[in-house]
Design a protein around this ligand. Structure first.
Ligand SMILES: NC(=O)c1ccc[n+]([C@@H]2O[C@H](COP(=O)([O-])OP(=O)(O)OC[C@H]3O[C@@H](n4cnc5c(N)ncnc54)[C@H](OP(=O)(O)O)[C@@H]3O)[C@@H](O)[C@H]2O)c1
Length: 365
């Protein structure tokens, strides 16, 4: 007789992590358990500038106790925090970035034990486990559960390469066109898709487009809310291409700095971005780059293997002989195609956005 498989706290933490967004920060989940294994709180990280997963789990545990006098009584009577275990998919950080060090939050909460699946690979941010251990917390890790390792595999590779996370956006018709035969492309997708795309713009540092897009569409490349209000932080526009951007281009009016680079190879574009002083909306350097196209620039980034996730907005529209959403790929036969796999982060790889369909994909491992 087979026994039903039971989710472990680390499985739960990994599933919670998947509700977060990819980008400059990793997907991280945390679960707090009682000595009998009961799950007391689940937390996850929602992207740069928001609470880390450990802090989110602690806040949820405190909110649950405040809301339920029974739990509070149980807590004082039977749950010494020192008996509780925090399970985290990634080692708690030990540095002060946009939020405080997680190691300190865990110490303040007084938990007796910490299990973590993957060591923090970043020199400055790691070290939380060692600090907790020094302060008497029983630390176990890295425990290496596969689900937790998979969460951050690409993010860790990107960090190791010392480059920003790269998201590719494409808005396309059902038959895979980014524009009609005459170059018109506004708007292929509906309002809900555009709103979603603006939310993504608001969390990136730079938006890359080619001169073809600037000259055809004269875009502003700003991040705006549904009511048109500008987001507090605006990405820096990066124009890839050699043709001159007109002085009266909307980009110049919308941004204090417009970076143009004549580099063809996206690796060199990243180097130009790294060498640029900014102003980057999130600090010292660009850590999240959004490639919005058009088709030729997208093709170059895919060919270079530099796309870490793809968000495709597909509209119920047929354009016939239009402009392919991704152009210039060197694919002559099926076996040479660039294979992508569904990305379950952000609540699932497929979402309806009004009449459009949002598909979230990542490179096949
Ligand atoms: N549906 C959508 O999401 C969407 C998004 C953007 C654009 N569009 C549409 O796409 C059309 C423009 O297409 P496009 O392909 O010309 O736009 P693009 O990809 O933005 O620009 C292409 C230009 O980028 C420059 N470039 C720099 N590095 C390159 C490289 N490695 N490979 C190729 N080109 C490179 C070249 O210009 P230089 O000669 O100046 O160097 C090239 O002509 C417009 O109709 C626009 O409306 C649609």
């Amino acid at each position: 007789m087979s026994t039903p498989s039971r989710s472990t706290p680390m499985d739960l933490a990994a599933a919670a992590a998947m509700r977060g967004v990819r980008g400059a920060n990793p997907l991280v989940g945390a679960v707090l358990t009682a000595p009998d294994g009961a799950v007391l709180a689940v937390g996850h990280h929602r992207g740069r500038g928001t609470a880390h997963a450990e802090v989110d789990a602690i806040a949820r545990w405190e909110a649950a106790r405040a809301a339920d006098p029974g739990l509070a009584a149980l807590d004082t009577a039977a749950f010494d925090p020192a008996d509780l275990t925090l399970h985290v998919t990634l080692e708690p950080c030990d540095h002060t970035g946009t939020t405080g060090p997680c190691s300190e939050a865990v110490l303040r909460a007084g938990f007796g034990a910490l299990r973590y699946a993957v060591a923090d690979p970043t020199g400055d941010d790691g070290g939380g486990a060692a600090r907790l251990s020094r302060h008497g917390v029983r630390v176990e890790g890295p425990t290496g559960e596969a689900a937790a390792v998979a969460l951050t595999a690409r993010w860790r590779a990107v960090r190791a390469a010392g480059r920003p996370w790269v998201t590719a956006h494409l808005a396309q018709s059902l038959d895979g066109n980014a524009a009609a035969a005459d170059g018109t492309s506004r708007w292929i997708t509906g309002e809900a898709s555009r709103h979603h795309a603006h939310e993504v713009r608001a969390r990136v540092d730079a938006i890359v487009v080619g001169t073809g897009t600037v000259l055809a569409d004269d875009p502003r490349l700003t991040a705006r809310a549904a009511d048109g209000a500008a987001a507090a932080r605006q990405p820096v526009p990066v124009v890839q291409g050699r043709r001159r951007i007109p002085a009266d281009a909307a980009l110049h009016a919308a941004h204090p700095v417009v970076l143009q680079t004549g580099e063809r190879d996206p690796h060199d574009v990243l180097a130009a971005i790294a060498a640029h002083p900014g102003p980057w909306p999130h600090g010292r350097r660009a850590e999240h780059v959004l490639v919005e196209g058009g088709p030729h620039v997208l093709g170059a980034w895919f060919s270079a293997g530099l796309v870490d996730e793809v968000m495709a907005y597909t509209a119920p529209l047929l354009l016939g002989a239009g402009l392919p959403a991704v152009a210039g790929l060197d694919v002559g036969t099926l076996a040479d195609g660039i294979r992508l796999v569904p990305d379950p982060a952000e609540g699932g790889p497929v979402k309806a956005l009004g009449e459009d369909v949002w598909t979230h994909l990542m490179p096949a491992p």
